[in-house]
Design a protein around this ligand. Structure first.
Ligand SMILES: *Cc1c(COP(=O)(O)O)cnc(C)c1O
Length: 452
């Protein structure tokens, strides 16, 4: 009998998060303030507790995970590593395919790994309320869950198009005690200014971030929490890759290529960064971020300083960006709609340390259905991007008779995304290449900062 699941004992939950900056060939580009000068930690203090700000700028290789956070991780961690025998067979590939399944968390994705840590540090700092944005609802659910565990009130600005299309994620957030508002809302200046220009605005992550940041910045008892993009978020997610390293070691395997869907970069960083430590030490492993052709941030965006939100309230980060005023095409069903990308992931891509590919929407659902019909698990539409890229690679291995070991992060399940699957089955999804004119246009609206 060949093994299907590789499981670790709870005692093997990592004790530290791994900071990829310690293996960077060049120091990370600093965040800049409105004057174009690097900001100090105090600039972030209205939004984040000092412990998280320190993690944001840390170059320490290992950061200890607080005991209380590890105890909550025990509810679903270590997550299983699966060998996808049935998918391999369905594809007739000589490649070995493995996946780490993060859908076992209560919220159904990798996002609680950081939500719990962020709620913990805010609680320690005496914060009683957190604001945040959410797109498809995965992050809002994760923070609602974490807030509930630490007795912190959570207020979620949910991108309006998703608020209308994903009523059950809304219900889940409310079940965990969070307040949820459609964004743009009339609760903030940011929301009101967008609505004044376009009363029917479908919203975007950038707009929802502006609303959440405005509210957090204007109240002492309130902080803001972000579900991806920032260095400390990617740091917290490195429990995924560290567990996977132990799981591979326990069966005497090691991946040749690692794939993850890439929106803001947190699940990619989470799974790939610990393996980058091996790569920096000389190991041959390829790390591939997979994004949609409708929001091709890494593969077609500009490498430039840009805001994290639409209204320009955040510090500037050097990143691949489609422009902070990007509004994703509403026909796109599969998440991964943020205009920018993690500064760490962006710098690694710029320096050729990692790879990126973009895949079209219909092919991602086709891959997800192939996966569900062989492996059983119905993947989140975001995860389908990685599955598409893995299947493509496995089919190339079939052509070339190569026995590569392929590994991907199955970042979540799709149980609350079945409306998107229904659209796929009804033939209502379309492929969409983000137009070149729009990418050009974004260039002109970028804040004017010289990249030195
Ligand atoms: C949020 C999410 C992603 C992508 O976000 P990253 O910030 O790039 O990690 C991928 N998969 C699932 C299931 C998600 O919820």
């Amino acid at each position: 009998m060949i093994q299907t699941k590789v499981l670790l004992d709870e005692s093997e939950i990592p004790t530290h998060w791994y900071n990829v900056v310690s293996d960077f060939p060049n120091p990370p580009a600093p965040p800049l303030g409105p004057d174009g000068q690097p900001i100090g930690p105090e600039a972030l203090a209205p939004l984040f507790p000092m412990a998280l700000i320190e993690q944001e700028v840390s170059a320490e290789r290992w950061i200890e995970i607080p005991e209380e956070v590890r105890e909550i991780y025990q509810m679903w961690r270590p997550s299983p590593l699966y060998r996808a025998h049935r998918l391999e067979k369905a594809l007739g590939t000589p490649a070995k395919i493995f996946y780490k399944y993060e859908g076992v968390s209560p919220a159904g994705s990798h996002k609680p790994n950081t939500a719990v840590a962020q709620a913990y540090y805010n609680k320690q700092a005496g914060i009683t309320k957190l604001t945040t944005e959410t797109g498809a609802g995965q992050w809002g659910c994760s923070l609602a869950l974490a807030g509930q565990m630490f007795g912190i009130d959570v207020r979620v600005f949910m991108v309006k198009v998703s608020y209308d299309q994903k009523p059950f994620r809304r219900s889940m957030m409310r079940t965990w005690g969070a307040d949820v508002f459609a964004s743009p809302s009339n609760l903030t200046n940011a929301g009101r200014s967008i609505l004044a220009d376009d009363p029917d605005s479908p919203g975007s992550l950038g707009i929802a971030i502006s609303e959440a940041v405005e509210e957090a910045a204007s109240r002492d008892d309130t902080n803001y929490a972000l579900g991806s993009v920032l260095n400390h978020v990617l740091l917290h997610q490195t429990v995924i890759g560290q567990e996977a390293q132990k799981q591979f070691a326990s069966i005497g395997e090691y991946p040749d290529m690692i794939f993850a869907p890439c929106g803001g970069g947190s699940n990619f960083g989470g799974v790939a960064f610990p393996f980058f430590a091996d790569k920096a030490a000389g190991k041959d492993v390829r790390l591939v971020a997979v994004e949609p052709t409708s929001c091709p941030t890494l593969t077609r965006g500009h490498y430039a300083y840009d805001f994290g939100d639409t209204l320009g309230m955040t510090p500037l980060l050097l990143q691949y960006t489609l422009g902070h005023d990007f509004i994703p095409p509403s026909i796109h069903a599969g998440g991964l709609r943020y205009h920018g990308d993690s500064a760490l992931v962006s710098q690694m891509y710029k320096e050729g340390l990692i790879e990126a590919v973009a895949v079209p929407q219909i092919a991602t659902f086709e891959a997800g259905v192939t996966f569900a019909r062989s492996e059983g698990i119905v993947p989140a539409p975001e995860s389908n991007h990685a599955i598409r890229a893995v299947i493509d690679e496995a089919l190339r291995c079939k052509e070339s008779a190569e026995e590569k070991t392929l590994f991907f992060n199955l970042s979540g399940h799709g149980h609350f995304d079945m409306a998107s699957y229904d659209k796929y089955f009804a033939g209502e999804l379309v492929d969409y290449e983000y137009p070149e004119e729009e990418i050009e246009r974004a260039l002109h609206n970028l804040p004017k900062v010289a990249v030195g």
